[in-house]
Design a protein around this ligand. Structure first.
Ligand code: ADP
Ligand code: ADP
Ligand code: ZN
Length: 213
């Protein structure tokens, strides 16, 4: 089973993707994570990507499609979760082509519906475990022991440089201009399933499970 998690920055895509990895042996393909890795590579591509990400703009379709193409050639396990991809119509078309060329299907597009007003608090409170990637929040999802990851015991918590209000506004603008048309696109294809992303994390997990089962 291959699915897309669709929603603005802070909607909870990464949080839900990690749960699906744990419970369904799926593979999370986060283009944001891949690009953050690329920017540390010291290559020319890494420098270009870093610049664009710091401005809160979208990286070119060519680069992200290339990253996804590579991953689709690897292990498929319980299927792929596309997290933060596609973000433009050309990316959506490219994904359809890539999947059909390997005989795979896209089984659901899960739209995580949230109020824009909730996103500032979501984004400015976000931190992650630098060792295992678990996603936390200052208010809604703190580790049991402050500074210590519940999942791996690591103490290397990280905040993203772009998780501030100014960058969020820019990323939200990009979302509305370029990504939100995908909601209509997948609706028209009969693949869109919407869940309430404002519910508690556990309830969102249940809503997504209900869609997938
Ligand atoms: P968020 O968690 O806020 O939704 P991501 O980690 O998915 O953010 O993405 C961080 C940044 O990486 C984006 O602001 C954008 O610059 C870049 N990026 C990630 N995925 C894509 C994509 N599919 N297409 C273009 N740019 C992307
Ligand atoms: P995205 O990947 O869509 O950008 P994240 O999964 O990183 O979003 O979540 C953004 C922030 O909101 C994180 O700090 C996360 O802990 C928190 N969060 C995620 N889902 C919920 C939820 N349903 N209720 C409250 N906070 C949430
Ligand atoms: Zn951890």
């Amino acid at each position: 089973m291959n699915i897309i998690l669709l929603g603005p920055p802070g909607a909870g895509k990464g949080t839900q993707a990690r749960h699906l990895v744990e419970t369904r042996n799926m593979i999370q393909l986060s283009t944001g994570d891949m690009l953050r890795e690329a920017r540390t590579s010291g290559t020319e591509m890494g420098r270009v990507v870093a610049n664009v990400m710091d401005r809160g703009e979208l990286v070119t379709d060519e680069i992200v499609i290339g990253l996804i193409r590579e991953k689709l050639e690897g292990d498929k396990a319980g299927g792929f979760i596309f997290d933060g991809f596609p973000r433009t119509l050309p990316q959506a078309d490219a994904l359809a082509d890539l999947l059909s060329s390997t005989g795979e299907t896209l089984d659901a597009v899960i739209e995580m519906q949230v109020d824009d007003a909730a996103l500032v608090a979501r984004i400015t409170g976000r931190f992650t475990c630098g060792d295992c990637g678990e996603v936390y929040h200052d208010v809604t999802h703190r580790p049991t022991v402050d500074g210590v990851c519940d999942k791996c015991g690591g103490t290397n918590m990280k905040r993203r440089a772009d998780d501030n209000e100014d960058s969020l506004r820019q990323r939200l603008m990009e979302y509305y201009k370029k990504t939100s048309p995908l909601i209509g696109y997948y609706y028209a294809k009969g693949q869109l399933r919407s869940v309430d992303g404002l519910a508690e994390i556990g309830d969102v997990q249940k809503a997504i499970a209900a869609v997938l089962d």
